[in-house]
Design a protein around this ligand. Sequence first.
Ligand code: AMP
Length: 214
Amino acid sequence: MKKLILFGPPGAGKGTFSSQIRKVLPDIIHISTGDIFRENLKNETPLGLKAKGYMDKGELVPDDVTIEMVRDRLTREDVKAEGFILDGFPRTISQAKALTNITEVDLLLLLEVPRDLIMKRILGRYACPNCNKLYNKYTLPPKVEGICDACGSEIKFEQRSDDNEETLKNRLDAYEKNAKPIIKYYKKMGILKKVNAENTLKFTEKDIKEILNI
Ligand code: AMP
C-alpha cells in the first residue's frame, strides 16, 4: 500500500505517469483534483459552480474549498485500504500543511520536464470522452486515427477549455510561484524524489518499481 504525491508543472505528465504506476499497483486510487473539479463542473454541482470562475481563468480554486474536497476523498474506506496517488494536490504550501494533518505520505515524485515540451504536451493533449484514455496530437496519437485504442469509441482532437496559451501562462506562473516552498517542505521531510519525466512512456515496470521503492 503506497501513499504517493505526483508533483510537477501542468503538462509534466502526471496523468500519464499515474496510469503507469497503476500497472504495478493496480488497486491504488488515483485522485486528480483537476478531474474531480471538471466532473463537478460538468454536472453543475455547487462545488463545480464555485470552482468554475477560477478554472476558466487558469487560477487556483481557493484552498478551503480544495482542501475540504480532498479531505473528504482521502478519508473514504477504499483509499484507506488501497493507498493513493494524489495528482494535482497539493498546489500551495497551505494545502501541503493541511495534507500532513489528514494523512501520512510515503513519497513525493517531482516530475521534471523542459518548458518547450510542456507547451507541446498541453496544447496537443486530449482524452477519449468515453473512457478518459489520454492522447496527444503531437506526441501520442491513437493507433488508428479517430478511434480510441482502449475502448474503440470514436474520438476527435478536442482541447480542454483551459488548455490554451493564455490560460497556460497563468497556470505555469501559478506553479512557479507555489512550487518552491512545497518542494522545500517535502525535501525537509525526506520524501522527495526527482524523476526525469521527458519520456515516462518508455519506463518499464522494473523502472517504476525502482522509482517507488517496491
Ligand atoms: P489540472 O487538471 O490539475 O491542471 O487542474 C485544472 C484546474 O483545476 C486548475 O487550473 C485549477 O483551477 C483547479 N485545481 C486543480 N487542482 C487544484 C488544487 N490543488 N488547488 C487549487 N485549484 C486546483
